[in-house]
Ligand binder design. Structure first.
Ligand code: ATP
Ligand code: K
Ligand code: MG
Length: 672
């Protein structure tokens, strides 16, 4: 079993694995340490990750980006309309969720955001398996702290569809914090003042600041604040808009009318932005951008900073919010650690440093810190791996309330209660008590919809409590329900039971309770010692379970199973297409190789007749390859190769014999 951490980013995904010697980031099939978070569709197969990126420009309508930001959202959500600016495929309604409509295997198809994320995660799984040469199942994956229950459930479903077992969905900054803390040997002891760290992550699309307390062997998140629309892609867009105007004036072209041109300009602007992080100015050149026009331009860092000034004005807001929530002043922060690709922008660094009036730290790898933290978390949670424990306590991002119908017989009963406040530690379990005569329903929802991203529904789940019967003695059954925000930040009512008030005898501890004579201690709870005083107290004694039927936003088991089967068959289809392509390439290469051999090492081993026959076969197969054989099956390519092998077999055997004879002659000389 392997131990894998995944930073599932809006732009890039980084995979880290825990091995005996520590945590390493692994490379993908083209040796990159980050994989584009993209899913594309073609006439024969899907393109996942790198291949989706390679095909992107020529396949815009069938390429879906920003996958995680679509998960669990609905098409009508204004946030999703913002995503459509960045996603080249058409976003459509797909059940209750947003999805994409694309052309796949020559047909129009719709896939939900959950399914699209599952496709990408199955690629992540393959990449990890290929590198580790081991099956991969357990993972810890990062998620923006602002993700709600429905978004988190969508990611959990996607992982399950991809055949992955999510040990923890971990907030991005918390993962980075774990990576930071677990390697420190000088953290304060239990009685000392904690080390206070601000972890700031600015990525491609969003910005998070967490204030975290560290002590030896543990971290506790004190507050987290986010700007959900603040990241590198907004900087790219500012540059694109700038050049859009410039090209209109200088080259008389309107790139907004040409999606391909837009994407090419955006790609160039992203490069230019990165150059500006290290240089005072940067050029832009694109050949034949549209209407056969070549464009060029130049921008200085100062001009760029003027373009992004409206964003720079927002740069301290999440920090101020996090400090306010943690009830701390900026002077209370010992260390300010920055992660995420966008924190390389000098103007951002300057503003943050100015705000704190203190040197910023970049001691972690900005692109890999979150994936590494996830791998550490997976190692801690995995039963197969031994690692020093490090306790991670996170917090709820939004308050959660429960509501229920009023019971007629309890006149002054409230009908709702905020059970988990914003900032409540996580994971966390709370017991809710109800006096009821019959089955009843509870509804869980976010208490403050205005805090939620876009128009995410506040509804979390409906929980029907069954098996409730009136107790003849007291008329009510005392129902206890266990509400839990779990390690993933997802709410469930996990179980229910009922209790009865019973009188039980309890030992009364006298004033000097500690100094009881040892004999009484030993018999405690077995037989009543005459010296021990007891009294009768009312206690609630657990009498039985109450079944709970949960209606939450996760896919149900049959739907998950069906989706997993569909994913599996698409993955097998992709593999078949890839294998077929490989066999075709092998055949092509074999033809060239055999021609060369006939002229070289086989030249003296076959007569002209034999050579002519083989050469004719090679030419025939080659012609076939470029015509009828362009799009054949894997089995046919294999068969064609076997035909040539059979024909050339005797010649190859003679060559083998000759080489063997020479080898033996050399050996004989050596032995002599
Ligand atoms: P998110 O966290 O928003 O989901 P992500 O994790 O994919 O997205 P990162 O990989 O942290 O994002 O950061 C990617 C962003 O960082 C891109 O917008 C990229 O252009 C930007 N970036 C990377 N290197 C530099 C650089 N040298 N200068 C400026 N920006 C950079
Ligand atoms: K990333
Ligand atoms: Mg990120």
């Amino acid at each position: 079993m392997s131990v894998v951490g995944v930073d599932f980013g809006t732009l890039n995904t980084v995979i880290a694995v825990a091995r005996n010697r520590g945590v390493d980031v692994i490379t993908n099939e083209v040796s990159n340490r980050a994989t584009p978070s993209l899913v594309g569709f073609g006439p024969k197969a899907r393109y996942l990750g790198e291949t989706a990126k390679t095909q992107e420009i020529s396949n815009l309508k069938n390429t879906v980006s920003c996958l995680k930001r679509l998960a669990g959202r609905s098409l009508k959500d204004p946030d999703v309309q913002i995503e459509q600016q960045y996603v080249s495929a058409a976003l459509v309604e797909c059940g209750a969720q947003v999805g994409a409509e694309i052309s796949y295997l020559g047909k129009k198809e719709k896939f939900s955001a959950t399914e699209l994320v599952a496709m990408f995660l199955s690629k992540v799984k393959q990449t990890a398996q290929a590198e580790l040469r081991l099956p991969v199942s357990d993972i810890v994956m990062s998620v923006p702290a602002w993700f709600t229950d429905v978004q988190r459930r969508s990611l959990m479903d996607a992982a399950e569809i991809a055949g992955l077992k999510m040990l923890r969905l971990m907030n991005d900054t918390t993962a980075a914090a774990l990576g930071w803390g677990i390697t420190k040997l000088d953290l304060p002891g239990p009685e000392e003042k904690p080390r206070r760290v601000a972890i700031i992550d600015i990525g491609h699309s969003d910005y998070t600041c967490s204030i975290i307390d560290f002590k030896k062997g543990e971290l506790a998140v004190k507050a987290t604040a986010c700007d959900r629309h603040f990241g590198g892609r907004d900087f790219n867009l500012a540059l694109v808009k700038h050049f859009e105007k410039e090209f209109k004036a200088r080259f008389k072209i309107d790139i907004t009318t040409n999606p391909k041109a837009m994407v090419r300009v955006e790609t160039s602007c992203e490069k230019l932005k990165k150059i500006l992080s290290a240089n005072q100015q940067a050029p832009l050149n694109i050949e034949s951008l549209m209407n056969d026009v070549d464009v060029n331009g130049m921008i200085t860092r100062q001009e760029f900073e003027a373009l992004i000034e409206p964003m720079l004005l927002r740069v301290t807001a999440p920090i101020e919010q996090a400090l306010a929530d943690a009830k701390l002043a900026k002077e209370d922060i010992d260390v300010i650690e920055l992660v995420g690709g966008c924190t390389r922008v000098p103007a951002l660094k300057d503003r943050i440093q100015e705000y704190f009036g203190k040197q910023l730290s970049f001691t972690m790898n900005q692109d890999e810190a979150i994936a590494r933290g996830c791998a550490f978390s997976c190692a801690i949670l995995s039963p197969v791996f031994k690692v020093r424990d490090f306790a991670v306590q996170d917090i709820c991002s939004y308050p959660i309330e429960f509501s229920w119908e009023k019971d007629q017989d309890i006149p002054d009963e409230d009908t709702s209660l905020t059970v988990f406040q914003k900032g409540n530690v996580l994971p966390s379990t709370k017991i809710l008590t109800f006096y009821r005569k019959q089955a009843f329903d509870l509804e869980a929802r976010y208490a403050k919809p205005e805090l939620l991203p876009g128009k995410v529904q506040p509804f979390i789940g409906r929980f029907s409590v069954k098996g409730v019967k009136a107790d003849p003695k007291t008329e009510f059954m005392i129902c206890k329900l266990k509400a839990r925000v779990n390690i993933h930040g997802i709410l469930n009512v996990e179980s229910g039971y009922y209790v009865e008030d019973q009188e039980v005898e309890e030992e009364v501890k006298d004033e000097e309770g500690e100094k009881k004579d040892p004999e009484a201690m030993e018999t405690d709870g077995e037989k009543k010692d005459s010296k021990t005083k007891t009294r009768k107290v009312k206690k609630q004694v657990r009498k039985g379970d109450l079944p709970i039927v949960a209606g939450v936003t996760s896919l149900d088991q049959p739907a998950l199973a069906a989706a997993a089967e569909k994913e599996n068959s698409m993955a097998m289809e992709d593999k078949l297409v890839a294998d077929t392509e490989e066999k075709k390439n092998e055949l092509e290469a074999y033809i060239y190789e055999m021609r060369n051999k006939l002229d070289e090492q086989y030249a003296d081993l076959a007569n002209d007749d034999e050579k002519d026959k083989i050469r004719a076969k090679l030419t025939e197969t080659e012609d076939w390859l470029y015509e009828d054989g362009e799009d054949a099956t894997k089995a046919i390519y294999v068969a064609k190769m076997d035909e040539i092998r059979a024909m050339a077999g005797p010649v190859a055997q003679r060559h083998f014999d000759k080489v063997e004879a020479e080898r033996q002659a050399v050996q004989a000389k050596l032995d002599a």
